[in-house]
Design a protein around this ligand. Structure first.
Ligand SMILES: O=C(O)CCC(=O)C(=O)O
Ligand SMILES: [Fe+2]
Length: 985
């Protein structure tokens, strides 16, 4: 054995003292080499350093077996650094413990050793060639917290097991090898640290290791603490106090240099009983900072650097200038300035969006000629529609505040809802002084918000996302990037067909601070930026409202900074939605999942612009965030999208959870569209989630309850016997029966067709599941065997009904497929009316996770199904995975409430000349399962395998290039019997 201390290479570093630069060494000494004190330390430097320290010991046994596996197993891919061995043959290669308070994952794998390890390499006595030694083990330490940079020193050592067994504390007396890594920084892009271990043959030359056939692997992670070793925050980590500081600058009259004069909307108030009356808004001033605005928004960047900038105006020397920006629509500042979009549960989007596109405007909160007094301009108002007479001519037709609304005066005057606020108190003058002038503001106390008590209180949910943090307090991520959405040409809504006014263009005027509150501004300074020709539904060209530019006559009575912003209404989200572009569409889609109507519109946009959306950076970011569970509220569509795009290498992913039961009034175009989408998904992925499929959740729930009865001991032994008897019949005699009970280990789904290979697979890694197979109950040749009625009342009737229900759905989905393939809608009907299907109740018993992790083991091995379509109803456990045909990677088909997973089977693929894809899938331990979870929980699923009629001739479909048919015609029965025989024989 080569033992040495001579190759310790100490490199002196002036700042941190001794460091061992990635050197391996063998030591026999008892000296600890933790470099706590530098020999170059000076008087001025602190003499004490602190380290956090976590240590981990891993006893590796069966070393000879491991050595043989690692060093003598053949190379599989000449020279790659990490090559697979039969991992299941040694536990150390399978396990990956989490250490250091969950911060690190430790793994050991076979690798090609680096030069140093090779130089330590000694020949195995029984080996004659060098090649047999070219592999060793490497240890991999992966940081699980890469969003924080983490400086560490790592030590890996190998220790013998002493006579007394494992000594407490990892005493280094018995270390036979150690390796130090100084100053390693775990961060994004550098998450894994690797270290080659000495060749196992070399270690086995150590008498004690050889004798005990084991050693202890010691891993220590040292992280410095204290000022000498700051844990540098990464770009992704912003200290909370910094964020708080930034937040405090929002609407701060002492520092802001811009005011936004905008609408502050509220949710439409409701009367008891929930009827929504009308939406309200009031004028608000919000102080902002041009520096932030410019950086947050390309639009403001251009605007504030342009000729409208402050430099073009005179101002009182020495006085801070405050420039006013009038925003015509609600909540713009909220998202633009701070990147906050707030949602609240009770928001009713359908109400909030009712008036969208109808010109809601801040102009209605401004100058109203003839109004007595001006104080009311700060009060809550009812929005009005611009197409009322009053709106058109701009005259004032009412005498109370409700004249601004389009709602009936009786509703508006409901005193409990909109009692006119008291006029501003004299203290508002002091407010205006404090909010408008930078000088002399100290000691002024803001006045409480006027009229706030008359408002229904909207309790905000606090799921606000700060501009630099990606999570929200409620765990939901709200829309990001909104502030970077520059105004753009209005787009036509596919749904409504009209053009929305460009909502984000502010009207700008610039005034001095004193002018903000007290003095009229010359209108000549106003710069309407709305582009010409914007059409509102009534057909009016939207002009910048002159009234919106009117000066403020009564000082702003609201306190600043304003209190916590109320949740954004659905209106503001709606507004955002109409500014969507490919780069922002996906987060909007995620954020809007609670509001069906809004969500549908964004979804349309995403689907129609899919290529651009999925190539955007924000989309990739969202996928990553979804993968780590940052988006808590995720709709089925998003999950489907995620399923289909995660890995993002599907050529062009399927995009929808589809509605197939659109009802009798469904227009042809909608049906067509669904058909196109389904066929598109079947071509690309072969799998879709089906929602709104028409099978009620009650029925599905009951199916699962009944399924459970078959496996939880409810069936009497007699009933089970009946079912098993049948199984024997068909197993031995006739696979066409395909009915009965299939015990664990009986089936081995696979793509392999050689019976010998299947048998070998079955004995080595059988599917760990059991199932009960049910066919059409009226078949004259093959009989379902049911449990006795007294044993499980209603079981048989329910399953028969369920069978019929699934058959009906098959007909519906195939009619959609027919349309999508350019066939007559009812093309398949006569091929599928005999219900030659198979209903499979599946149970996957709880199993030791380590078994499922073994090579080739699965709850159901990778396979494709045989028929036309399969409907898979899953419980919530998960584990179904779908293979990306291009990358061969498997992606989880995560259970989604109220959806059915539908996949194309081989016969439909064959029928369509492989236009539709029959994709490999499998059932394994759920991807969400914790690493160290000892048992994988039991799982239930129900699969309905749809087939064409037994005698149907499956020959290339007329629209699928029959002149280039890849397969000869075959009947369903011939094909399925062949496959079943392979699977069970
Ligand atoms: O249990 C599942 O989720 C799928 C089962 C399956 O693919 C099959 O039985 O063919
Ligand atoms: Fe399957």
């Amino acid at each position: 054995m080569h033992l040495s201390t001579s190759n310790i290479n100490r490199e002196l570093d002036n700042t941190s003292g001794v460091s061992y630069q990635n050197q391996h060494r063998f030591v026999t000494s008892a000296v600890s080499n933790i470099p706590t004190v530098s020999p170059l330390i000076t008087q001025s430097e602190p003499s004490i350093r602190q380290w956090n320290f976590s240590a981990f010991e891993w006893t590796v046994t069966r070393l000879h077996v491991l050595r043989n596996l690692v060093e003598y197993a053949p190379s599989t891919s000449g020279g790659s650094s990490s090559e697979s061995v039969e991992e299941h043959e040694h536990e150390i290669l399978r396990e990956s413990p989490i250490i250091g308070d969950g911060k690190f994952k430790l793994e050991i794998a076979r690798s090609t050793p680096d030069d140093f390890a090779l130089s330590l390499h000694t020949k195995h006595p029984s080996s004659s060639t060098e090649e047999s030694y070219t592999h060793t083990l490497s240890l991999f330490l992966t940081s699980l917290i890469v969003d924080i940079e983490y400086d560490v020193t790592i030590m890996v050592a190998i220790q013998t097991i002493s006579d007394k067994g494992i000594e407490p504390g990892g005493a280094h007396l018995n270390w036979v090898w150690e390796h130090w890594q100084q100053n390693w920084k775990f961060c994004q892009g550098s998450e894994v640290w690797e270290c080659s271990l000495p060749p196992l043959s070399t270690l086995l030359a150590h008498p004690r290791i050889n004798e005990t056939d084991s050693f202890i692997l010691c891993v220590q992670i040292h992280s410095p603490v204290g000022p000498q070793f700051p844990q540098h925050p990464s770009a992704y980590y912003v200290p909370k106090d910094l964020l708080d500081g930034l937040e405090a600058s929002l609407d701060n009259p002492h520092t802001g240099d811009r005011t936004f004069n905008n609408l502050s909307p509220t949710a439409a108030p409701t009367v008891p009983g929930g009827t929504i009356l009308f939406p309200l808004a009031r004028k608000r001033v919000i102080y902002a900072h041009s520096d932030i605005l410019k950086r947050r928004s390309e639009y403001f960047h251009q605007m504030l650097n342009s000729s409208f900038s402050e430099n073009s105006f005179n101002h009182w020397s020495g006085e801070r200038k405050i420039h006013e920006i009038v925003i015509k629509e609600a909540d713009f500042n909220t998202y633009c300035y701070a990147n906050w979009v707030l949602f609240k549960d009770e928001d009713d989007p359908s109400e909030a969006v009712k008036h969208m596109g109808e010109g809601w405007s801040v102009k209605w909160l401004y100058d109203r000629p003839g109004r007595e007094g001006r104080e009311w301009e700060w009060d809550w108002k009812v929005f009005r529609r611009p197409d009322t007479d009053d709106a058109k001519d701009g005259s004032d037709s009412g005498s109370t505040s409700n004249s601004l609304g389009a709602v009936s005066s009786s509703a508006v005057s409901s005193p409990s809802l909109v009692s006119p606020p008291p006029p501003p108190s004299s203290s508002s003058t002091s407010i205006s002084a404090s909010s408008s002038t930078a000088k002399g503001t100290k000691g002024k106390t803001p006045t409480p918000i006027l009229a706030s008590t008359s408002m229904p209180s909207a309790v905000p949910r606090t799921n606000r996302r700060s501009s630099s943090s990606s999570t929200t307090t409620a765990g939901e991520r709200s829309v990001s990037g909104g502030g970077n959405v520059p105004p753009r040409s209005p787009s036509t809504s596919a749904r409504t067909g009209y053009v929305y006014p460009l909502s984000s263009r502010p009207i700008v005027k610039t005034l001095t601070s004193t002018q903000v509150s007290f003095h009229a501004q010359p209108h000549s300074q106003t710069l309407p930026l709305s582009p010409p020709g914007l059409i509102i539904p009534s057909g009016h060209v939207l002009q910048p409202p002159q009234s919106a530019l009117a000066p403020t006559s009564i000082p702003d009575p609201h306190p600043h900074p304003m209190s916590e912003a109320p949740p954004a209404s659905a209106l503001s989200v709606w507004l955002i939605a109409h500014r969507i572009k490919p780069s922002t569409a996906f987060p909007f889609l995620l954020a809007s999942s609670k509001w069906d109507e809004l969500h549908d519109i964004i979804e349309d946009y995403v689907v129609n612009n899919w290529e651009d959306v999925c190539n955007s950076e924000e989309f990739i970011k969202c996928c990553e965030e979804m993968a780590v569970g940052e988006w808590k509220v995720v709709s089925s569509t998003q999950k489907a999208l995620f399923l289909n795009v995660s890995g993002s290498k599907f050529e062009s992913p399927a995009r929808h959870a589809f509605r197939v039961k659109d009802g009798p009034n469904t227009s042809f175009s909608k049906k067509e569209r669904t058909a196109q989408e389904i066929v598109c998904a079947f071509k690309e992925v072969g799998f879709v989630y089906l929602k709104e499929h028409g099978i009620s959740s009650k029925i599905i729930k009951e199916a699962f309850e009944k399924n459970k009865l078959a496996w939880d001991g409810t069936f009497s032994p007699e009933s089970l016997e009946l079912i098993k008897q049948l199984d024997q019949t068909f197993s031995l005699a006739d696979p066409r029966s395909n009915r009965g009970y299939v015990e664990p280990g009986r089936e081995r789904v696979t793509q392999v067709s050689d019976p010998k290979q299947i048998a070998a697979l079955r004995s080595k890694a059988p599917d760990s599941k059991e199932s009960m197979e049910i066919g059409r109950d009226w078949d004259i040749n093959y009989k379902n065997k049911w449990p006795s009625e007294s044993d499980v009342p209603g079981f048989k009737d329910f399953m028969k009904d369920f069978f019929q229900t699934c058959h009906d759905l098959h007909t519906t989905v195939l009619s959609s497929v027919a349309l999508g393939l350019g066939l007559e809608e009812r093309f398949f009907d006569s091929y599928i009316n005999e219900q030659y299907h198979n209903l499979r109740l599946l149970s996957y018993p709880s199993v030791k996770s380590s078994i499922l992790k073994q090579e080739g083991q699965a709850r159901a091995g990778a396979h494709s199904d045989y028929g036309t379509l399969t409907f898979v109803f899953q419980d919530s456990v998960g584990g179904l995975e779908v293979q990306n045909p291009h990358t061969k990677e498997f992606h989880p088909a995560t259970p989604i409430d109220d959806t059915i997973v539908v996949n194309v089977g081989d016969l439909l693929a064959r029928w369509s000349n492989d236009t539709l894809r029959s994709t490999l899938h499998r059932v394994v331990a759920p991807s969400t399962q914790a690493h160290n979870q000892e048992y994988t929980p039991k799982r239930q699923s129900i699969a309905f395998f749809c087939n064409p009629n037994g005698g149907a001739n499956i020959a290339c479909l007329p629209t699928c290039n029959p002149e280039k048919a890849k397969y000869p015609p075959i009947t369903t029965e011939q094909y399925i019997v062949r496959r079943l025989t392979e699977t069970y024989s």
